[in-house]
Design a protein around this ligand. Structure first.
Ligand SMILES: Cc1cc2nc3c(=O)[nH]c(=O)nc-3n(C[C@H](O)[C@H](O)[C@H](O)COP(=O)(O)OP(=O)(O)OC[C@H]3O[C@@H](n4cnc5c(N)ncnc54)[C@H](O)[C@@H]3O)c2cc1C
Length: 358
């Protein structure tokens, strides 16, 4: 049996951030990632302002070198636009780059990294727990579970998420006119967000209802597929000069909502603790900030759970209301989005979707 102070299950942004912060506190840390770290994932790649101070501490310089995003624009299927300045600029960073940099920083901080190594069973063993992993059995005093929104682990009861018909699809395009805005092309049945990332690429990511998605097997040519599925002429026009730079990635189902923060002594972080509607662009901030909170409260699970609840605030409810709008007829979408983009509403709306920094 191998031993460590902290075992982290999952090597995405939440897991890597927890590993960095715990290792910097002088704790012995082992991270288990069942896949290849830094592989591509479905994500809008919009790193909200709330994430940036912590990200700077985790991987200095990464965000500063990334394209800045200073405004948001919503474009309806009939081509009406509603734009507003973001209260604080965000950054566009590909998941290829972000996840790889965080993983590497976890190793540099002293965490022992196990890639392509799944955790397959959990046994509470006060203090802490035992884990069966592809690298043998481990005992850890503290467990941080950062296994994303679909986690399942024998020995640890997972939440039963509400069924969902939402699908996430993304690809990066080269050759599009540069923009410092996050552009949200909204249509009945979903949206497609464009964000600038490194290499002059534009990340195109959509959340789409299964009924509107058509044949997902056709999404290998992202532009052709979304043009057919969204029936959004302004989006088709925007994507026309681009050439696909990275392969299409699909994830389904996308289940949204808050989950438990603590299970049998394990602290849940990032998407494992709750998935906010991606329209808000706050998932990565939550992944990093919940990891920070978990490491601060390793010895006090109840305090962690209470802090996580407070930090979530109204964001899950507000996110759900925005998702409802994605299913509304165009005239209603346009009216609502035009109203919400007014300076008087845009700031409070963005704030209401955000993790409340504690
Ligand atoms: C369509 C869409 C668009 C989005 N757009 C944005 C956006 O623009 N901005 C934003 O901030 N957020 C966005 N998000 C949300 C963001 O992608 C997530 O919040 C973020 O990935 C959460 O990170 P995480 O580390 O919690 O989970 P993940 O990145 O999912 O990492 C979890 C890791 O755990 C590993 N794992 C799982 N089980 C095990 C096991 N048993 N053993 C070992 N490893 C395991 C998995 O392989 C995975 O690598 C979007 C999400 C979707 C679906």
């Amino acid at each position: 049996m191998q031993r460590c102070d902290v075992a982290v299950i999952g090597g995405g942004p939440a897991g890597a951030a927890a590993a960095i912060l715990a290792a910097r506190r002088g704790l012995s840390v082992a991270v288990f990632e069942r896949g290849t770290p830094g592989r591509d994932k479905v994500c809008g790649e919009y790193v909200s302002a709330e994430a940036l101070p912590l990200l700077q501490g985790l991987v200095p310089g990464l965000a500063a070198a990334a394209p800045a995003i200073d405004s948001a624009v919503w474009i309806s299927a009939r081509g009406r636009r509603a734009a507003f300045h973001l209260p604080h600029p965000a950054r566009g960073i590909s998941r290829l780059k972000l996840d790889a940099a965080l993983w590497e920083a976890a190793g540099a901080a002293g965490a022992v990294l196990h890639s392509r190594t799944a955790v397959t069973a959990y046994r509470a063993a006060a203090p802490g727990a035992e884990l069966d992993t592809g690298a043998g059995t481990y005992h850890a005093r503290h467990i941080v579970l950062a296994a994303g929104r679909w986690w399942r682990l024998p020995g640890l009861a997972a939440a039963a998420p509400a069924p969902s018909a939402w699908v996430g699809v993304k690809a990066r395009l080269a050759g599009l006119a540069p923009s410092s805005a996050v552009e949200m092309f909204v249509f009945r049945g979903g949206y497609c967000g464009l964000a600038p990332v490194e290499n002059g690429w534009t990340n195109a990511c959509c959340l789409i209802h299964r009924e509107a998605a058509g044949a997902l097997s056709d999404s290998g040519d992202f532009s052709a597929w979304i043009t057919a599925a969204a029936a959004h002429p302004a989006l088709a026009e925007r994507l026309r000069p681009g050439r696909q730079a990275t392969a299409t990635v699909v994830t389904a189902p996308v289940m949204m909502g808050a989950h438990a923060a603590v299970r049998a002594g394990a602290l849940l972080t990032g998407d494992a603790a709750g998935f906010v509607d991606p329209f808000t662009g706050d998932g990565l901030a939550r992944a990093l900030l919940s990891a920070q909170l978990a490491v601060r409260h390793l010895d006090r699970p109840e305090a962690y759970a209470a802090a996580l609840r407070r930090a979530g605030g109204r964001s899950f409810r507000v996110g759900a209301a925005l998702r409802w709008l994605m299913q509304a007829p165009p005239w209603l979408q346009e009216g609502a989005l035009r109203g919400l983009a007014r300076p008087r509403w845009a700031g409070p709306l963005v704030a209401a979707t955000r993790w409340r920094t504690l």
